[in-house]
Design a protein around this ligand. Sequence first.
Ligand SMILES: *[C@@H]1O[C@H](CO)[C@@H](O)[C@H](O)[C@H]1NC(C)=O
Ligand SMILES: *[C@@H]1O[C@H](CO)[C@@H](O)[C@H](O)[C@H]1NC(C)=O
Ligand SMILES: *[C@@H]1O[C@H](CO)[C@@H](O)[C@H](O)[C@H]1NC(C)=O
Ligand SMILES: *[C@@H]1O[C@H](CO)[C@@H](O)[C@H](O)[C@H]1NC(C)=O
Length: 113
Amino acid sequence: MIAASCKPFMAATLLLLITLQLYSSPTMAVVPSKAASALLEWKSQLPSQSQALLSSWNSSSSDSAGLCSWKGIVCDAWQSVTGLNLIHVPINGTLRGLNFSSLPNLTMVVLVN
Ligand SMILES: *[C@@H]1O[C@H](CO)[C@@H](O)[C@H](O)[C@H]1NC(C)=O
Ligand SMILES: *[C@@H]1O[C@H](CO)[C@@H](O)[C@H](O)[C@H]1NC(C)=O
Ligand SMILES: *[C@@H]1O[C@H](CO)[C@@H](O)[C@H](O)[C@H]1NC(C)=O
Ligand SMILES: *[C@@H]1O[C@H](CO)[C@@H](O)[C@H](O)[C@H]1NC(C)=O
């Protein structure tokens, strides 16, 4: 009887521990890479309407896989940013605020404005 009534409690405790483990594990934390930080910094300098067009560019999706799925970002097979293709994104602004040193593998930039 005791064992049977303990099971759900233990299962719940185990689930809680697993959940805590997931949230506290350093590998789960999203730490923006230099590339992501440079792109977010550049985005923050754009007019707000332009920033709104880049809503996928956000710190919660800034791990390497997330970064490579940001609108207009082109990555190579090693998830290194190689291109910026904003041909279909009508943003306003200049590239002046983009820190290219943080994007050493960037070889293609397509902007039409
Ligand atoms: C870009 O600038 C043009 C002209 O000032 C304006 O009409 C347009 O709404 C702007 N677009 C964005 C996304 O800010
Ligand atoms: C952040 O980006 C992800 C996809 O890259 C998107 O699903 C999510 O809605 C975005 N968050 C915000 C606050 O815009
Ligand atoms: C740039 O590409 C090289 C070769 O693929 C790679 O070793 C390096 O880690 C990349 N750099 C960044 C910052 O992704
Ligand atoms: C640009 O990026 C490089 C490499 O990540 C960094 O050393 C430098 O401080 C950055 N410059 C600015 C102005 O943020």
